[in-house]
Design a protein around this ligand. Structure first.
Ligand code: DX5
Ligand code: ZN
Length: 221
């Protein structure tokens, strides 16, 4: 049964509050929050102040996607809670051991985010410390991009890697151009959590109740 993580960077800022209420009513599993510092990716994401005020308005768990150069500085400011997910990019983690040690002091789920060109073998020394993987099907930083075709084969390689190493407990989130067609394919290949953005529930950056229901039917069915 797939879980849905609604990507708020795909929402229209002028309707964000109403969108969050709609998502909560629809019992969406997570709110996907892309935190971007303009260095790791050439874009800016939600601020710490926004995160704190958002926390006061909803009980939906947060799914943080950190696209920042120095996660160690940001993590303590996020007021992480039990039930949250936090994805840290392998490519931005010079001090991965320190980041893992810091995150172990919180009760959230620790995911490692992998860019399309990052090989699966980097998991060899990391998998004992993680709960999941954020599998990027696009180069991170912007919504509305097209899935990179080579990530389909990479995904099946990842699934084989997890099976071969008896790591089926590690969850996989897929992030980037999760259209109905792509989500169906990745659900069949064994993905667990789907980032819902402009190619599913936010067509033209306008949240659609109908598309939320359709996406839930596709993934929960
Ligand atoms: C992009 C973000 C994604 C983005 C997905 O860097 O990490 O979460 O919101 O948007 P779509 O679904 O439109 O590709
Ligand atoms: Zn993301």
């Amino acid at each position: 049964m797939g879980k849905i993580s609604a990507s708020l960077m795909c929402s229209n800022p002028y309707t964000l509050q109403k969108d969050i209420q709609t998502l909560e009513k629809a019992k969406i599993d997570y709110l996907h929050l892309d935190i971007m510092d303009g260095h790791f990716v050439p874009n800016l994401g939600f601020s710490i102040d926004f995160i704190h005020s958002l926390r006061k308005t909803t009980s939906t768990p947060f799914d943080f996607h950190l696209m920042v150069e120095n996660p160690l500085k940001i993590i303590p400011r996020l007021s992480l809670q039990k039930g949250d997910i936090i994805s840290i990019h392998f490519e931005a983690s010079y001090y991965l051991e320190d980041i893992i040690a810091l995150l172990k002091t919180y009760e959230c789920e620790l995911f490692i985010a992998l860019n399309p060109q990052t090989p699966i073998c980097i998991l060899d020394f990391i998998h004992p410390h993680i709960n999941g993987i954020n599998f990027l099907t696009i180069n991170p930083g912007f919504s509305g991009q097209k899935l990179l075709p080579q990530t389909i084969e990479k995904f099946s390689y990842l699934k084989n890697y997890l099976c071969k190493n008896n790591l089926k407990h590690i969850l996989i989130e897929v992030d980037g151009n999760m259209s109905f067609q792509n989500a169906k394919k990745f659900k069949e290949m064994g993905a667990d959590i789907f980032v819902a953005g402009t190619s599913s529930i936010f067509p033209n950056k306008k949240l659609s109740k109908k598309e939320i229901q359709n996406f839930q039917t596709l993934l929960k069915g």
